[in-house]
Design a protein around this ligand. Structure first.
Ligand SMILES: Cc1cc2nc3c(=O)[nH]c(=O)nc-3n(C[C@H](O)[C@H](O)[C@H](O)COP(=O)(O)OP(=O)(O)OC[C@H]3O[C@@H](n4cnc5c(N)ncnc54)[C@H](O)[C@@H]3O)c2cc1C
Length: 320
């Protein structure tokens, strides 16, 4: 679709060149679908960052701790197709791919786009986060990884914030005028932790109505990230032997905790892709399944969920 408000398109990834009325342009799959910038309004100039030359994916080994798992840096301009390919590549030097099960989240997260490989080949990870749709699967993935985002400001500043905190609502983020997402940073230790993935939609391969990702943070604890059914990511910690402030790893306690948290924020998300009451029940169900999958010997009140798989996307594991 034409963006009829635009007077000029520049190749530029320099925030100091940003003027009122500008919008960053990456893959353009949102901007040219809607014919406008849904986060800022009709742009007069588009600053195209795809020529910045940023390396899509970089592994950073720890020089001072050679046994530690390397951290992963994802450039904002990394295409969905580049990220999807990473899941099938060999792990970085000296690390067995099986030691990084967190990378197994990438295929179902990419499949959660209502989009074909044609869109995967142009749309970017940064564009997905900056658009901040509740059904933004890169927001789900990065939030579940505790990823931080590096943001460059117009005044030459640089700041890092958790992705789960940057996204505050549909098409709303903590990005200020001219702020440019440069990259995302994921700790290797997180990628070494066992994950679980559940997603449901009203139609198979439709827009996500609830997307939950769990990560076993210790033998008896799980971090659970809820997206798509809520206005913004919600991250909860559950423990089989809870300390003060932790949520018991129990089906009933989980349902109460997410209900309370959602009520304290903006409620359950409501649009054509699912009614709030249904999204709530699906969120409960998918969360129970993740607890059962990650803590089968420790979680309580989830007996019915053991071995149960609801929804159309999950991590596919082969015997190898
Ligand atoms: C058929 C189809 C299906 C889709 N399905 C989904 C879906 O299921 N879920 C979903 O979330 N989206 C979906 N999308 C929307 C879109 O493809 C993705 O959100 C995509 O990841 C956006 O990336 P982009 O690079 O194309 O963004 P662009 O269109 O280039 O930009 C989108 C917004 O992000 C801003 N932006 C881009 N990069 C940066 C940056 N580095 N720093 C600051 N701001 C930036 C732009 O200024 C603009 O406001 C779909 C699109 C199509 C066409």
């Amino acid at each position: 679709m034409d963006v009829t408000s635009v007077d000029a398109v520049l190749m530029c990834a320099d925030p100091s060149a940003w003027r009122p009325g500008d919008s960053w342009l990456a893959g353009g799959t949102v901007t040219f679908s809607y014919g406008t910038d849904i986060t800022r309004g009709a742009p007069t100039r588009l600053l195209d960052i795809t020529g910045a030359g940023w390396t899509p994916l970089t592994w950073h080994p720890h020089a001072d701790a050679p046994d530690a798992f390397p951290d992963l840096e994802i450039a904002a301009t990394c295409r969905i197709a580049d990220l999807r390919a990473l899941a099938d590549e060999a792990a970085p030097g000296g690390v067995a791919r099986a030691d990084l099960p967190g990378l197994d989240l990438i295929p179902p997260a990419c499949d959660a786009f209502v989009a074909s490989w044609k869109i995967w080949n142009v749309s970017t990870v940064g564009g997905n986060v900056a658009t901040a749709l509740p059904a933004g699967p890169m927001i789900s993935l990065l939030s579940s990884w505790d990823a931080t985002v590096l943001i460059l400001g117009r005044d030459g500043s640089a700041r890092c914030v958790p992705v789960a905190e940057l996204v505050v609502g549909p098409a709303r983020t903590g990005l200020g005028d001219g702020d440019l997402i440069r990259s995302f940073h994921v700790s290797g230790s997180v990628l070494a932790q066992m994950p679980a993935f559940r997603r449901i939609s009203l139609t198979e391969r439709g827009r996500s109505a609830a997307l939950l990702i769990g990560r076993r943070t210790s033998p008896t604890t799980v971090r659970l990230t809820v997206t798509a059914s809520t206005f913004h990511p919600i991250v909860l910690d559950l423990a089989a032997d809870p300390a003060v402030g932790q949520i018991p790893a129990d089906g009933s306690a989980w349902r109460d905790a997410i209900d309370t948290t959602v009520e304290l924020t903006r409620g359950w998300y409501d649009d054509i892709h699912g009614e709030p009451a249904w999204r709530r029940l699906m969120t409960h169900r998918l969360g129970e399944e993740i607890l059962a999958e990650l803590l089968p010997d420790h979680a309580t009140g989830i007996h019915d969920a053991i071995g149960r798989v609801t929804g159309d996307l999950r991590i596919e594991r082969t015997a190898s």
